[in-house]
Design a protein around this ligand. Sequence first.
Ligand code: AP5
Ligand code: MG
Length: 195
Amino acid sequence: MTDRDHEVVLLMGPPGAGKGTQANLLASERGLEQLSTGAMLRAHVQGGTELGKRAKIIMDSGALVSDDIIIDMVRAELDRMRPIRVLLDGFPRTTVQAEALDALLASFGAGIDSAIELVVPESELVRRLLGRAAAEGRSDDNEDTIRTRMRVYLDQTRPLLDYYAVQGKLRSVDGIGTTGEVFDRVVGALGAERA
Ligand code: AP5
Ligand code: MG
């Protein structure tokens, strides 16, 4: 296995930016496994596990689930992947998570190839999330929780963009437009990496 067999891409951006939507498309396009920490937590909530019960209260408040829990979940997934070919959606979200991810990947001889930031103004984010609330009823898509999720993003996750920018790994992509238009931009931003 060479280093080129591994591929690790991060999809970053605020709540409602389209991380999940783009991750779905990109995972099959590039032969990567999509790992969404939010979806994994929602599966625990759905399954009524102990972790799910604890996580639901935190997720419904808009705060972040503890780093230890999240890092353990991601470690368990990466542990079974060889080579590591993964698209991470919604992780890392704190400096502690970012540093843990680097250490974990290094232990497998892998590293982060690129971090894609989806850029969308807040008014559009709120419009999308309230639209989804009406359509799907995700329990954290209400005005109060959305406000907290936005603040938590700005305080705890947005600083990570600099962490990847200084490493030359950050690609910022305009997240406004149709899903297809945004996807083309994401693929374009990644294409420059590994032609
Ligand atoms: P998570 O599930 O990651 O939610 P989020 O970051 O708030 O983001 P969303 O999933 O709401 O948005 P998205 O960017 O994926 O956009 P999507 O494609 O869905 O996290 C939920 C909670 O779990 C957190 O608050 C936290 O408590 C916990 N958690 C998760 N990860 C954690 C971690 N690492 N550490 C600690 N805690 C963690 O699109 C949104 C909507 O917009 C959809 O309706 C979609 O159809 C629509 N849409 C998408 N693209 C477009 C477009 N181009 N134009 C118009 N509409 C669009
Ligand atoms: Mg999502």
